[in-house]
Design a protein around this ligand. Structure first.
Ligand SMILES: C[S@@+](CC[C@H](N)C(=O)[O-])C[C@H]1O[C@@H](n2cnc3c(N)ncnc32)[C@H](O)[C@@H]1O
Length: 187
């Protein structure tokens, strides 16, 4: 089965994202940021956020090596996203992606948390433009991961169906430690 990270990329490829503003809310090692930089193209731009300097450095290095000039890396918590990105982006962002958990190869002690994740998801919904898309990939194999995934599901399930379309695209069959993919569209 295709990794869910690839499934997110496939989903985003179906959307016209050239020239748009996109956000990677968990930059990590920069793989998703690289993908978004390609999607946005030279006329678009990407904001990559991570709480760890190590992740920001790694992402910035990867982007520079690839020669992309359309990415801004910001160190901070995605829960503060509305303060980290320009106010003018409210309602203007075409796609936002979250890849929750810890930095692969980094400290497992620094990990996304229910409270900050939910605040960040809520903030993301304010930034999305009409027809904008938000993807959240949650891992359930580490302590707290299942609870975080459940919390995202609960939050998203309660969104107004007049304003948002929520889908869980996790592949069946479910295993207790399977990653889960949530997608919210601003309709
Ligand atoms: C699974 S990794 C992301 C992988 C990344 N998307 C990639 O392509 O390599 C999760 C990242 O979330 C970051 N993170 C944890 N809590 C955060 C927070 N409150 N705000 C922003 N980033 C956070 C971690 O530092 C880690 O780098």
């Amino acid at each position: 089965m295709k990794p869910l990270t690839q499934q997110v990329h496939d989903l985003f490829r179906e959307i016209p994202l050239q020239g748009e503003t996109l956000i990677d809310a968990t930059a990590g090692n920069g793989h998703d940021t690289m993908f978004l930089a390609q999607c946005a193209g030279p006329d678009g731009n990407v904001i990559a956020i991570d709480i760890q300097q190590e992740a920001i450095d790694q992402t910035a290095r990867r982007i520079a090596e690839a020669g992309y000039e359309n990415v801004t890396c910001i160190k901070g918590s995605h829960a503060e996203m509305l303060h980290l990105v320009p106010e003018t982006l409210s309602g203007k962002v075409a796609a936002i992606t979250f890849n929750l958990g810890y930095l692969p190869g980094g400290s497992k002690a620094i990990i996304t948390q229910i409270d900050t994740t939910l605040r960040a998801v809520e903030a993301s919904l304010q930034l999305l433009k009409p027809n904008g898309i938000l993807s959240i990939l949650a891992y359930t194999g580490h302590p707290g991961g299942q609870e975080e995934a459940d919390a995202v599901f609960e939050f998203a399930s309660q969104l107004s169906k007049d304003n948002f379309k929520f889908q869980e695209l996790s592949p069946a069959p479910f295993a207790a430690d399977s990653p889960r993919l949530f997608v919210i569209e601003n309709i």
